[in-house]
Design a protein around this ligand. Sequence first.
Ligand SMILES: *[C@@H]1O[C@H](CO)[C@@H](O)[C@H](O)[C@H]1NC(C)=O
Ligand SMILES: *[C@@H]1O[C@H](CO)[C@@H](O)[C@H](O)[C@H]1NC(C)=O
Ligand SMILES: *[C@@H]1O[C@H](CO)[C@@H](O)[C@H](O)[C@H]1NC(C)=O
Length: 382
Amino acid sequence: KILSCSPMFSILFLFIVLHFVVKDVWDVTYTSTQVCAFKGATAEIRCTFRYPSTINGINTRVVQKFWFIRDENNEPVDLKTESEYKNRVQYKERLSEYKFRFITNDPRGKYSDVPGVTLTVTDKIIFINSYSNWTELTCHNNCQLPDQSSYIWYRNGHKLSSDEQYLHLNTFDSADSFHCAVKGYEQFPSPTVYNVFFLEYKFLKFDAPKLPSVSVSPSAEIVEGSSVTLTCSSDANPAASYTWYKEDVINPLIYQNQHFFFSILPSDSGKYYCTADNDLGQKRSESRTIDVKYAPKLPSVSVSPSAEIVEGSSVNLTCSSDANPAASYTWYKEDVINPLSYQNQHVFSSILPSDSGKYYCTADNDLGQNRSESRTIDVKCE
Ligand SMILES: *[C@@H]1O[C@H](CO)[C@@H](O)[C@H](O)[C@H]1NC(C)=O
Ligand SMILES: *[C@@H]1O[C@H](CO)[C@@H](O)[C@H](O)[C@H]1NC(C)=O
Ligand SMILES: *[C@@H]1O[C@H](CO)[C@@H](O)[C@H](O)[C@H]1NC(C)=O
């Protein structure tokens, strides 16, 4: 009796289960214990299983059957319920072993078989060997393809006649590009290699960029007006193309691995990140904070109340200046040598006519000092 189950998973796996009923035999046979698939392709994992037709005189009925990859509390977990397999099976870099389990109406009537089926998802790799006047390309993948498998080579997108795994080149045409595929799997070609004659003795593994790293030069404190370079780098093959961004700014700053500030401004402070892209993916770096330090800008002075100042009233002089790091302030009265106070605010709790005069403040930080304009206070007598 042959029973064909409908596919449990929509995209990557098609499970075909055959079931035979045989007296007193429990087993699961995997049609193939090694299954290889090209990334993005459909893989078929199949098995057949057998079980006793009766247990203790009761007819056996299969009440559940599923594939699994791991146990939880010593019970296999149905692959269908695992989040990463729910709608499609994800590409796994490592070999994964899939095992089949079925459960019958008898409480002890459960069976799975170990080891299961190993699924390999192939990497796209091209080896390049350059000799003095010729170059050999090898179309390679992890799968154990049948020996008679034939390969397809493409030069500048056009099929070549060679169907060998190796392609020998002896024309020094650096403008040509090459890629390969396995016959029958043309829809899963290798990435394209460029400049093969400049790549000597290289083993080329194609992959999405690695997490880009960001470096800032100079690495010391960044001061307004200095020149600063942000550099993004990532390992990638094919080589990555880079883009620089500033957080909260929609448009990219530049489509290069370096972003230069010839004379950096305080408004350039912020968080920067880059992305590295190639045909196989994109990665975004962590954000790097650029904090541009600058000497105090021209301090502004405010007088409160702003209306006429009458003897005996309370008056505040306030100094403020934009600075990074924050400024410290000092208040002066013109023609008085000693400072009035070392605060941003100078308070007259009861102002006197003799307090009339010109006042100014200074703002200081590590990078310099700036002095406000003088402000005239004219105290009216009561
Ligand atoms: C490489 O160069 C040698 C000597 O210059 C020549 O004999 C040989 O045929 C060349 N091989 C190829 C593949 O062009
Ligand atoms: C004071 O600030 C003004 C503008 O904010 C600036 O042009 C000037 O160079 C500063 N002076 C000093 C001594 O830093
Ligand atoms: C002066 O500043 C203090 C706080 O620093 C505030 O309580 C007071 O109301 C201010 N006086 C005037 C006249 O603005």
